[in-house]
Design a protein around this ligand. Structure first.
Ligand SMILES: [Zn+2]
Length: 367
């Protein structure tokens, strides 16, 4: 594993940058160690940084790495915010909570999913209740099990996917596949059959660092959907709730709302048909908190390219070797899709993320 992963974005280097920013900002740090190791044998953990009074009635919360590989953008956004906070004094009634890399395994191994091949943003469910039965996915499942990356069987799988896209349209196919499924652990967009380590850890973090607040604003940071370089502010929920109106009045036209449900649609690039989102989990876990639950989603390349990168990475997970030439090419394409090397992309997304944070923090302070 060593050769490729020493050149790729790295978990430990990213984590050390975050911890150093936490130290300089004078924040308190709590570590939640993950049971598994990274590709370099490194320790994996989710870290929580706290600036201010942990019992403060207002909490400003930033969460990174729900989708592991997207955590490089998320971590950089948190580091930038820490640098900016270090230069000022927060009001006594505001506490900033940063949850750094909630899916550390995915960040380290350059996967969107976690150690169980689970899409964490489909996993926040009550597993003692019936799960989403995505019957339409069944027709697609075999496409994602194809043993070959090229050759006749791959061409047949490609043709099947192309036929379905022609018949139903790309948006419909993606809404079926990306809705998530709970039947096939070897499938794509698998939501899991139990609460994963990251799910349990986030719930523990919410209980310890978010509960007890009167008002909170929380950002879950993502990349990979939307227009290149555009950081879109979203609210994602199954139903409307009082603080959504407050978010709308604070952010006005910046805010794009996605109501999720079995027949819901959106042109935002995320799956409105999915269940088990982080946003809904936090809203459900913090009933006593007036919570403005938000998402920032930074657009990169188009969705067909993204799907192809995810499909190849799924093949690599099932049958390949991330260290050989093919594996390295797939990992490089995936990293580029979720964290483009383009300097302007990085500058634009950081600028916009900072603007959103500043407006939110100012509104929370004034509330
Ligand atoms: Zn994401």
């Amino acid at each position: 594993m060593e050769r490729y992963f020493t050149k790729a974005p790295g978990f430990t280097a990213q984590r050390e940058r975050f911890i150093e920013a936490v130290r300089v900002a004078g924040a308190a740090l709590t570590e939640f160690q993950h049971p598994m190791r990274g590709p370099r044998g490194e320790l994996l953990a989710t870290d929580v940084a706290l600036i201010g009074d942990p019992l403060a009635p207002k909490r400003f919360i930033v969460l990174s790495g729900t989708h592991g590989i997207e955590g490089y953008y998320g971590s950089e956004s948190q580091i930038t915010l820490l640098h900016s906070l270090q230069k000022r004094v927060l009001p006594a009634d505001v506490c900033v909570v940063m949850v750094h890399l909630i899916n550390p395994w995915g960040t380290a191994w350059l996967r969107r999913v976690n150690e169980d091949n689970v899409d964490l943003n489909r996993n926040y469910l009550a597993f003692d209740k019936p799960l989403l039965d995505n019957a339409h996915y069944e027709a697609f499942h075999e496409i994602y099990l194809c043993r070959d990356l090229d050759g006749p069987s791959r061409r047949r799988a490609d043709e099947r996917l192309a036929t379905e896209i022609e018949r139903l349209g790309l948006a419909t196919v993606m809404s079926i596949v990306e809705a998530g499924q709970y039947a096939h652990a070897d499938g794509i967009f698998f939501g899991g059959q139990h609460a994963t380590w990251s799910n349990r850890t986030l719930r523990a973090i919410a209980k310890r660092f978010m509960e007890g607040a009167h008002t909170a604003m929380c950002f879950d940071l993502h990349t990979g959907a939307g227009a290149f370089g555009h950081a879109m502010l979203m609210a994602v929920a199954q139903e409307t709730y009082p603080a959504l109106g407050t978010s709308r009045s604070i952010f006005g036209p910046w805010l794009y709302t996605v109501m999720t449900g079995p027949a819901a649609t959106t042109d935002s690039g995320i799956a409105a048909t999915a269940t088990g989102y982080t946003s809904q989990a936090l809203l459900d876990s913090l009933p006593g908190v007036d919570l403005m639950q938000l998402v920032i989603e930074c657009g990169t390349y188009d969705s067909a390219r993204g799907h192809s990168a995810l499909r190849d990475d799924h093949w690599l997970h099932l049958y390949g070797d991330p260290e050989d030439a093919t594996g390295r090419r797939i990992k490089a394409a995936l990293a580029e899709h979720f964290y483009p090397a383009d300097r302007d992309w990085r500058e634009l997304t950081q600028l916009r993320t900072r603007q959103i944070f500043e407006r939110g923090l100012a509104a929370l302070q004034a509330s």
